[in-house]
Design a protein around this ligand. Structure first.
Ligand code: T1G
Length: 692
C-alpha cells in the first residue's frame, strides 16, 4: 500500500505522507508524491493542494538507507520540480523537522505553513553531502545567499518563527491543528496562484562574502570536502540560471555521495543510533525511576556529573569526605551554571532551580534514599571497594550503584557489595558535562533493568550511551593503550613528538597523542598503568611517559610534559630537553634510530587501534564494530568523516590491513601485532567488520 494518500477537503486536495518513523523519502514516497500531484491537477474539484505528513514529523530527508544502492526513479530533484510545476498552488504543511530532501520538497511547494514548534533545515553537510534536490539553488533565491549558506554549512535546524522571519516559511499556524490551518491558508492561496522559487532571482550579494565564509568555516570543516562544494553551488546560484545551477549541483552532489567521507559520516549517523540495540535489553525492559542522584567525590569529574544531572532536572547530593574538596566541587557547579547563563545557554531561572536541587554532604546517611549513586573517587580499586561497601550498607535496596571508573573492573567493585546486580559502570569522559560519550559497563551480574535505566539516563543527559563489557579499559581506554603504545615506541625509534602529532592531526585526529597526553595529564596514565596486572614485559612500554612523570613533568598542569607550556599558555612547544631525554632512553634500551614515514606513523597508531578493536569484538566486549567506532569518534577525537577505526579499516580493505599487520608482526614481534583470528578470517573471506 502506498505511503502517500490523498483526501479532498472542499476545494483543497490534501496529500498525506505516512512513512514511519520519519517519513523519509523512500522510492514509494517519491512516486506517491508525483501521483498525488498529477491526480490533483486532473481533479476539477481541486483548486489548491496541501502536502502534509502523518506521525511525528514532516519529511526528515531522503532515505539514507537507500544511499549507496542503485538510485531508483523518480529521482528526488524531478519530484520536487514536478511539484513546483503544478498549475494549482501547492502548500507544504510542516510539523516536527522538515530536513534535507524534506525541506527541499517544501521549497518545491509554492507556499509553506508550519507549527510554531516546527523547524526546517538542510543538514546534508553532516553526512558529507550537499542538498541534492535543488536546495542549493532554491534556498538562496528565497532567503538570500548568505543566510542560505549559514543554514547549509551549519546543518543546524532553524525554528519556524525565525524561518518565517527569513522568508523560508510564509505562515505560522495558530494553535496545533496544522491540517485545519493549512486548509484555511491554502484557500487564501487559490487567488494568489502558484509562486515558483525557480522564477525568483537571488538578491544581490557582495562576491567577497563567499571567501569570507570560506575563512570563517575553515577550522571547523578541516579536511571535509562538501562544505566547499556547498559554497560553489550557492555562488553559482547567484551567477547562472536555475537549470544550469541545478545541473552543477547534481554533479557536485554525486561527487560527495561517492566520497569515502560521506560513507564515513553516514556510517557514523547509523552507528550512533545502533548503540541503543543491546543484547538482552529490549525497548520493553523496565527502567527504574531516577529522581534523586548522589555523586560521591567532588572532584572535576564528580562536579561535572552532578552538574549534568542538575541541568536535566534531577535532585543531586554531592558527597565528599573532604570539606575543602566538597566546597570546591560546589563552587565548580555554581561556576558552570553561571557560565551557561552568561553564554545564553541557560536561563537565570533554570540556574536558580537547579542550584535549589543541589545538596552537599559528608554523611552517607544523607544519601540513603538515593535512586542512583555515581561514585567518582580516585582510580584506585581499594578506595572504590571501600566506598561501595559503605554504600551497600546505607543506600536503599533497589538503588543503582554506579562507578565512574575509567579502566577498573566493575565486577571487582561489585564484589564489595551484596547486590552486584545493581552495580554498573558509567564511564563519563572529561569534561563530564560536555563530552557526549558515556561508556555503560555491564558487569557479569548487572541486571537488565539497571542497564536499561542507564541507557535512559544517558539519553536524558544528552549523551550517547554505549554498553560495553567489563575488561581493563573497557573499549575506549583499552584501545587507547595500543594507540599510545605505538606513539611511545615511535618516539624511541626516532620520530619527534611534534612530527607524530602533526602527522596524526593532519590525518584527521582532533589532537596528536602527545598533546593529548599533556592535556589529560601524563600522571593519570602513569598511575593507571601501575594498577595494571597485565603490563607487557617490555621495558620500552610507555618508558618515555614514565620518565617524564617521574621528573614531575605531568603536562599542561605542571607547565611541562612532553612539550613546554610557556606562561600558562596551552600551546605545546617542542622541548629540546625532552628530545634529548628520548634519545638517551632509546640508547639505554638499544632501540635503533631511523627515519620514519608519515604512512608508518598513521598505520602503526591506527592499525594498533584496529587490532585491539578486533580483539574486543572477539571477546564480546563490544556488541558490534559500530559501537567501537562511536566510542572513538565521540570520546577520543577520531575523525568523524572516517567513520571510526573499524569503519576506516573496512574502507581500506581488511585484506590490506591484515597484510600490513602481518608485516608489523614480522618487524616488531607478535607481542603487540599478533593478528587477531577475527581479522584474519574476515580478510581471507573478503568481509568487513560491519558484516558481523
Ligand atoms: N533516512 C532513513 N532513516 C532515518 C532518517 C533518514 N533520513 N532519519 C532518521 N532515520 C531513522 C533513524 O535511523 C532511526 O531508525 C529512526 O529514524 C529515528 O531516528 C537529497 C540527500 C529526524 C531529527 O540528515 O536528524 O535528504 O534506529 O533516532 O532523535 O538533499 O533522525 O529507529 O531504526 O534520530 O527523534 C537529510 C537525519 C538526509 C536527517 C529525528 N536528513 N535524521 O531524530 O530520532 S540526506 C537528515 C535526523 C538528504 C537530499 C539529501 C533525526 C531526526 P531506528 P532518531 P530522533
Amino acid at each position: 500500500m502506498s505511503p502517500v494518500s490523498t483526501a479532498q477537503h472542499g476545494a483543497v486536495s490534501v496529500i498525506t505522507v505516512d512513512n514511519p518513523p520519519v517519513n523519509a523519502l523512500s522510492q514509494a514516497v517519491r512516486a506517491g508524491l508525483v501521483s498525488g500531484i498529477e491526480a490533483a491537477e486532473a481533479n476539477d474539484a481541486c483548486e489548491a493542494v496541501i502536502i502534509i505528513c502523518a506521525g511525528r514529523t514532516f519529511i526528515a530527508g531522503a532515505d539514507i538507507k537507500e544511499f549507496g544502492k542503485p538510485p531508483l526513479e523518480p529521482f528526488l530533484p524531478d519530484v520536487v520540480a514536478r511539484i513546483e510545476a503544478c498549475e494549482k498552488p501547492v502548500i507544504a504543511a510542516i510539523h516536527g523537522t522538515a530536513l534535507g530532501g524534506g525541506f527541499e520538497v517544501a521549497l518545491g511547494c509554492h507556499y509553506r505553513i508550519a507549527l510554531a514548534s516546527a523547524a526546517i533545515g538542510l543538514p546534508e553537510v553532516n553526512l558529507g553531502l550537499l542538498p541534492g534536490a535543488s536546495g542549493t539553488q532554491r534556498l538562496p533565491r528565497l532567503i538570500g545567499a548568505e543566510k542560505a549558506l549559514d543554514v547549509m554549512l551549519t546543518g543546524k535546524p532553524v525554528k519556524a518563527p525565525l524561518a518565517r522571519d527569513y522568508g523560508a516559511i510564509d505562515e505560522i499556524a495558530d494553535g496545533d491543528d496544522l491540517e485545519a490551518a493549512a486548509v484555511s491558508f491554502a484557500t487564501q492561496c487559490i487567488a494568489r496562484g502558484p509562486r515558483r522559487i525557480r522564477d525568483m532571482e537571488v538578491a544581490r550579494v557582495d562576491a567577497a562574502m563567499f571567501d569570507a565564509t570560506r575563512k570563517k568555516i575553515a577550522s571547523r570543516t578541516r579536511g571535509l570536502i562538501s562544505p566547499e562544494k556547498i559554497i560553489v553551488a550557492v555562488e553559482l546560484a547567484t551567477k547562472t540560471d536555475f537549470d544550469a545551477g541545478c545541473a552543477a549541483e547534481r554533479e557536485l552532489f554525486l561527487e560527495c555521495m561517492a566520497s569515502p567521507q560521506s560513507s564515513g559520516l553516514r556510517h557514523a549517523f547509523f552507528a550512533e543510533r545502533g548503540v541503543a540495540k543491546v543484547p538482552g535489553v529490549s525497548k520493553d525492559t523496565p527502567k527504574r525511576d531516577i529522581a534523586k542522584l548522589a555523586v560521591i567525590g567532588a572532584g572535576t569529574m564528580g562536579a561535572g556529573i552532578a552538574y549534568s544531572g542538575l541541568t536535566t532536572g534531577l535532585e543531586v547530593t554531592l558527597l565528599d569526605n573532604n570539606q575543602d574538596a566538597l566546597a570546591r566541587g560546589e563552587k565548580t557547579i555554581r561556576e558552570l551554571y553561571a557560565g551557561g547563563v552568561q553564554r545564553g545557554k541557560l536561563a537565570e531561572a533554570d540556574m536558580r532551580a537547579g542550584l535549589g536541587r543541589l545538596n552537599t554532604s559528608q554523611d552517607y546517611d544523607d544519601i540513603a534514599d538515593a535512586d542512583m549513586v555515581i561514585e567518582a573517587v580516585i582510580e584506585n580499586m581499594a578506595v572504590k571497594k571501600e566506598v561501595f561497601a559503605a554504600l551497600d550498607k546505607v543506600v536503599r535496596k533497589g538503588a543503582i550503584l554506579a562507578s565512574n571508573t575509567s579502566t577498573l573492573s566493575v565486577d571487582d567493585i561489585a564484589s564489595a557489595t551484596s547486590r552486584p546486580q545493581d552495580v554498573i559502570g558509567l564511564h563519563f569522559f572529561s569534561p563530564a558535562h560536555i563530552m557526549r560519550l558515556l561508556e555503560i559497563v555491564r558487569g557479569q551480574e548487572t541486571a537488565a533493568d539497571v542497564i536499561a535505566t542507564s541507557i535512559g539516563l544517558a539519553k536524558r543527559l544528552g549523551k550517547i550511551g554505549v554498553v560495553v563489557g567489563n575488561c581493563f579499559g573497557f573499549v575506549g581506554n583499552r584501545m587507547l593503550y595500543s594507540y599510545g603504545r605505538e606513539n611511545q615506541l615511535l618516539l624511541l625509534e626516532g620520530a619527534a613528538p611534534e612530527y607524530i602529532d602533526k602527522t596524526l592531526y593532519d590525518w584527521g585526529m582532533a589532537m596528536g597523542p602527545n598533546a593529548v597526553g599533556d592535556l589529560a595529564g601524563l600522571d593519570v596514565g602513569y598511575y593507571t598503568r601501575k594498577e595494571r596486572t597485565d603490563r607487557p614485559d617490555d621495558p620500552r612500554f610507555y618508558r618515555v611517559a614514565d620518565v617524564l612523570v617521574e621528573m614531575g613533568r605531568f603536562g599542561q598542569k605542571t607547565g611541562k610534559g612532553t612539550y613546554l607550556y610557556e606562561d600558562g599558555s596551552r600551546k605545546p612547544v617542542p622541548d629540546p630537553e625532552v628530545n634529548a631525554l628520548i634519545r638517551a632512553e632509546a640508547e639505554k634500551l638499544g632501540v635503533e634510530q631511523r627515519d620514519i614515514t608519515e604512512q608508518e606513523i598513521i598505520e602503526r597508531c591506527i592499525y594498533g587501534l584496529v587490532v585491539e578493536g578486533a580483539r574486543i569484538l572477539e571477546e564480546g566486549i563490544a556488541s558490534r564494530s559500530g559501537d567501537i567506532d562511536v566510542v572513538w569518534m565521540n570520546g577520543y577525537g577520531f575523525p568523524r568523516h572516517r567513520g571510526g577505526p573499524m569503519h576506516y579499516a573496512d574502507s581500506v580493505g581488511l585484506d590490506k590491513v591484515y597484510a600490513r599487520v602481518c608485516e608489523f608482526t614480522e618487524r616488531f614481534g607478535s607481542m603487540y601485532w599478533e593478528p587477531p583470528a577475527l581479522l584474519k578470517e574476515l580478510a581471507e573471506s573478503n568481509r568487513k567488520f560491519s558484516d558481523l
